[in-house]
Design a protein around this ligand. Sequence first.
Ligand code: IPM
Ligand code: MG
Length: 356
Amino acid sequence: MGRNYKIGVIKGDGIGPEIIDEAIKVLDALSANMGFNLEYNEMLMGGAAIDATGVPLPDETIQGVKKCDAVLFGAIGGPKWDNVERHLRPESGLLAIRKEMGTFANLRPAIVYDELVNASTLKPDVVRGVDIMVVRELTGGIYFGQPRELFEDRAYNTMVYTREEVKRIAHVAFEIAMKRGKRICSVDKANVLEVSQFWRETVIEVAKEYPEVELTHMYVDNAAMQLIRNPKQFDVILTGNIFGDILSDAASMLSGSIGLLPSASTGKGVGLYEPIHGSAPDIAGQGIANPLATISSASMMLRYALGEGAAADKIDDAIKKSLAKGYRTGDLGAYDAVEICSCSEIGDIIAKYVSQ
Ligand code: IPM
Ligand code: MG
């Protein structure tokens, strides 16, 4: 009998359900001839969970994800839940599940496909060949720091990192760098923030264990500028939670669309695989969302969580082939497009390619 995997599926809100359906279509087309079997277990989180249960992260989901081999997640949030209390917002569900699952390492690859160099808002020469891995710390920093408070006439959050938190994410980045170009740029704001000075000193300490890797440091404002000026200078970018959130959105536009970038949130146990984009409520239900970031996230899930590298390669190749043939969703614009496709048409094409 083939290998059996339990996949938690959290569709979420907005375009979440549409893009997840396409990823599952592709996974099903693959599993049949790759000798493994996927059993899906759908769970609620975000706005959909608020509507059904009153909270953004029901206990059932917290327990459910722990029983899975990996979790595939779409996106959450939308204007419908914008005015609820912070701890009941859809985003609070996502933050809480990251914490619960211990997924402290968020890997966000920003790759520019040759076929899409014209789709970028930057000049083709600037983006051709870009291949960056953003390693974002995901369960610490200002997102989670205490104290935090909102008063009538003032409010505050706290950016805090412990040595252990910085060390473990630095190790992840160095291990990844060893398998890539052996260069890490650690991004911080050490000229202003104590927490960044601490981050930098700790990363330098960890670097001693990886003499082959070249470590540089950059302030986050400069890094934002350098990403646009000359993105090819970067191999691995190692950074904290909020800087990684911002820089990975910026890096995504090098590729032509945020609708292309996948991510893997890994750490202690079960990993969460999700596109880096949000729930795009403005285009939800129209069938025009780009499912490639989610399909790519499914590929990362096969590779990192399930050890099914050959199947992941098939997805990656199919995505490249579909782009080479000129199939595009609208977000990629009409550049070099042969046909503008719907979300489900792209899913059909990738599913067809992976089963060939
Ligand atoms: C992301 C998102 C989330 C984050 C939001 C939805 C909480 O922007 O995954 O990048 O800030 O981490
Ligand atoms: Mg973000």
